[in-house]
Ligand binder design. Structure first.
Ligand code: GLN
Length: 311
């Protein structure tokens, strides 16, 4: 984006002001603790590749990552094992189905991609470590490096999902039966529930997104978190699969790699330009945040960010 800092600050403030009035959708309730979310909570944040940070509204309010954790744990697995090995366990095709669909690829038994629940559980199962605690520490340390500060877990949300997450446990057992899960199903789902319950703010998510857009180097801390090749691989899967069964429409209208989560978080990346994040709990029918989707669409149109536009 060739726009200067004041223009970006003004754009975020303007989008925040106008979309605050958009009161559609419902916060997720199938994880009981998430139903307590403040439906009017709304934060926007953006981080440029030179580490400038911009925000509007509730950008400092913490919420749980949920599915926004998926691209980052995919990045950690790719960094450890490489695309060929990770690809033995999880595919890279859009599923065209809901995020919690009970389906695996015919023939291979793999989940379609790492952005839906089945694929994310399979990916989490690949993160190495001698014990579950060690493996989770690796995930938390990795997510924290993307954010540039030590993140923590919302214990109440973790407990709430662990108590109600039978569908995800069923998916894990299905994958185990199909030979596409690298570890014990209950261990894999508990790690996955913990990763989903990691707490961050929209300001943090913008740094995490910017790190992917900056070839794997955190633009605020200067730390290399993953290699450039891994960052490009993750952005590619986000572009085709990050918004579940709305991914095609998203690429058409917004044109940026993105990932949403059921707590209302949403990230989008303009490679080599910036990472953006939004938090607003009400979701549409695909499980994507209503205000976040509208906000990123506006930002993309206003600054001509669609990937298919020539520079
Ligand atoms: N933890 C949530 C689940 O597995 C994440 C889903 C999401 O954010 N779409 O159902």
């Amino acid at each position: 984006m060739a726009a200067g800092p004041d223009v970006v600050t003004e754009a975020l403030a303007d989008i925040h002001r106008r979309l605050g009035a958009l009161d559609e959708g419902e916060p997720a309730a199938y994880i009981p603790e998430l139903a307590r979310a403040r439906r009017e909570g709304f934060g926007l944040a953006l981080v440029s590749m030179d580490g400038h940070r911009y925000q509007a509204g509730d950008a400092a309010e913490p919420f749980t990552l949920q599915s926004v954790s998926k691209p980052f744990v995919y990045a950690l697995a790719l960094a450890e094992l490489g695309l060929d090995e990770v690809g033995r366990w999880v595919g890279a095709e859009p599923s065209g189905e809901a995020f919690n669909a009970i389906s695996l690829e015919q023939g291979t038994g793999r989940p379609s991609n790492a952005m839906i629940n089945a694929g994310a559980i399979a990916t989490t199962a690949l993160v190495p470590g001698a014990t579950p605690a060690e493996r989770f520490e690796r995930i938390l340390a990795g997510l924290s490096a993307f954010a540039g500060r030590r993140l923590d877990v919302d214990a109440a949300v973790h407990a709430s999902e662990a108590a109600t997450g039978d569908r995800n446990r069923a998916l894990a057992y299905l994958m185990r039966g199909a030979g596409s899960l690298a570890c014990d199903p209950l261990a894999a789902t508990d790690l996955y529930f913990r990763q989903c319950a990691v707490r961050a703010t929209a300001a943090d998510l913008a740094v995490m997104a910017a790190t992917l857009g900056n070839g794997g180097v955190n633009p605020v801390t200067g730390e290399r978190v993953v290699g450039e090749r891994v960052a490009v691989q993750v952005l590619s899967v986000m572009a085709t699969c990050g918004m579940y069964d709305a991914s095609g429409e998203w690429l058409l209208r917004v044109g940026l790699p993105a990932k949403s989560g059921v707590s209302g978080g949403l990230i989008a990346v303009s490679p080599a330009r910036f990472g953006a994040a939004c938090w607003s709990p009400p979701l549409d029918r695909s499980g994507n945040p209503v205000r976040g989707t509208a906000a990123l669409r506006e930002l993309s149109e206003r600054f001509g960010l669609h990937l298919m536009l020539s520079p």
